[in-house]
Ligand binder design. Structure first.
Ligand code: ATR
Length: 288
């Protein structure tokens, strides 16, 4: 019997997950179809009920349901309860288990793609939304020395810092007016620099005072090189773009569903192909 998995969100049409998860299942010879499950708020509970059926391996969850799904699940695994968000659901014999692979996916991408071990690093985290939360908890688990959180809305940074500190981290909410030379890792978790996000030509911080050895990571993956990463590269800093985090969060989800090791290179290729196809102008555009 063909098994099913998919991504639950609203909207999901632009998700790259169907492209790279589908490629991973095919590559591994697994009879699984991965679909985009556009789900209205009214349809969410019904979607979760059907996910308990024997045909369903599980799902990914994206905006705006990463928190909403939690009360609809049976158990939470990994750091998902602390983070307060679930991006992966696994159906085990009709019971639904929630996980959050976003933060662990980021840390895996740092280690495996940027060859950067965050243990002992002083981190500057830009942003205090859902993505920043997941990444911050995973960085604490990876034994960073400290995390400084800067956010446009300082109150949100303070809230996240106090949540993290109560879990044993050395965390501080900061303003961006001091030199950045104390940080070994700078991570943009805001949407600044994202194509179509309004602030696409902007940068979330001024890198001119960053330490020459710093690693600058961005979770934005369209464009692949954001203005922040371009500036970092021009300054000779090390960089990690956002696509690897997307792929590794998906790879960890794939491994939770199947128990098989995820074909990461195949997933990268499929995601890049999908991004390229999107960038190709349509016939109508070309005629103009
Ligand atoms: P996500 O789940 O992707 O993290 P989110 O929870 O909406 O999304 O968080 C978006 C983050 O980007 C927040 O830190 C937000 O700052 P605020 O808390 O002040 O809203 C940040 N952000 C979005 N647009 C921004 C901009 N133009 N300048 C600076 N920060 C911005």
């Amino acid at each position: 019997m063909t098994k099913l998995a998919g991504i639950i969100g609203h909207p999901v049409a632009h998700s790259l997950s169907p492209a790279f998860q589908g490629a991973a299942f095919r590559h591994c010879g697994l009879d699984v179809r991965y679909e985009a499950w556009e789900t209205s708020p009214e349809a969410l509970a019904g979607r979760l009920v059907s996910l308990r059926g024997p045909a369903f391996l599980g799902a990914n969850v994206t905006i705006p349901y990463k928190q909403t799904v939690i009360p609809m699940l049976d158990e939470l695994g990994g750091q998902s309860a602390r983070v307060g968000a679930v991006n992966t659901i696994v159906n085990r014999n009709g019971r639904l288990f929630g996980f959050n692979t976003d933060g662990p996916g980021f840390v895996a991408s740092l280690r495996r793609e940027a060859h950067f071990d965050p243990a002992g690093a002083a981190v500057l985290l830009l942003g205090a939304g859902g993505a920043a939360r997941g990444i911050a908890f995973a960085l604490i688990e990876a034994n960073v020395r400290s995390i400084a959180i800067a956010n446009r809305t300082p109150e949100r940074a303070r809230l996240l810092a106090s949540d993290l500190a109560s879990n044993g981290g050395s965390v501080l909410a900061v303003a961006l007016d001091d030199s950045l030379d104390r940080y070994g890792l700078i991570v943009n978790c805001t949407s600044v620099g994202m194509h179509g996000g309004g602030g696409e030509s902007e940068m979330p911080c001024d890198l001119s005072t960053a330490s020459p050895g710093a690693m600058v990571a961005d979770i934005v993956y369209v464009p692949e090189e954001t203005p922040l990463l371009r500036k970092a590269r021009a300054l000779g800093l090390r960089t990690l773009p956002g696509l690897p985090m997307l792929i590794y969060q998906g790879a960890l989800a794939f491994e939770l569903w199947t128990g098989a090791s995820a074909p990461v290179e195949v997933m990268f290729d499929a995601a890049r192909d999908a991004l390229t196809q999107r960038a190709v102008p349509s016939a109508a555009d070309a005629e103009r």
